[in-house]
Design a protein around this ligand. Sequence first.
Ligand SMILES: [Zn+2]
Length: 345
Amino acid sequence: MSQRVLIILLSLALGAVSGAFGYSLIAQKRRAVELSIARAEGRAEAEKAVAAELEALKPVVFSKVANSESKPGGVQFGYEYVKPKKPELEPFYTMAHDGDLLRKLPEVHAIDGMLMLPKPIKYVTAECDEVNAFYSPERGEVVMCYETMQTLLERGQEMAKSNGEGEGYAQRYLDANVRFIVLHETGHALINLLEIPITGREEDAVDQLATTLMQRFAGMDESTGVVTENLRMASNWFLARSTGEYNLDAYADQHALGEQRYFNLQCLLYGSDPARYLSIVTDGDLPEARAKGCPEEARRISRSWLRLLLPYVAPKFEMTEEKANRLFEQRKRDRERNAGIPYVR
Ligand SMILES: [Zn+2]
């Protein structure tokens, strides 16, 4: 058996036992195998790159046996609320600034200081002269435009009126969508900063991350019902400007059509707990043919994002795939328990 074949077989065997060990350990062993391949083939450059990567993974692997207090934490995010020039945007500045809106988004709070990033992500609200939200790789900023907040509030008010929703609906609609959009942009930031491998459309991948984060890291005082309402408000926004008729530009766009993003989100929601969300299918919000594959789709997507991000979780947290899953289960149970209590804080 040639050395190359032996190395490949070893690599496959390591992949097969990945369920039994923490991901970082497997990641390290895979790198070690890649290093051997690079060496065997005499590729000096590749060998150097893989060796450096291997070195970087070490603290995560060995943190289990060390005192986590002395381990480095992740990079802290920055936050800024820029004062707008247009007076009509002032209330949105006040809302964001006075409430420290972006820092207090539960999912952003959950990952702030958790990841090893080459530079911090800065979260900004600002006047943009257009309805938009984006990640700027040059500035390392996730920007939520006041114009978008204004449009979201108006859409929430329209929805409240036409559906006879009560007091506070429009604000909840605005909050839920700001949250989803900021997490979507966070996905772009992470892909850019960590050079996370994505095959397929990046826009779909970051919608999936936003949904997964909202399901996993919602506040502990938010019941599963509230989490669901937030996600359904986010999916409603996908349909907001849809006419159902598209031109070529829409088909060629980086984003899927609003209707497709809507059904993708319904699928992840239904798939996360088919018994609980059966009404999504029976109410006609998700065709049965698609629904069938959604439990597997939801499981695969949340597991994939977990595995993509785990190598970058700071050593301080001593995180493994098993530990992360246990924590998610615990959070889910606690959230169910807190569901009947209106204010936990
Ligand atoms: Zn995007």
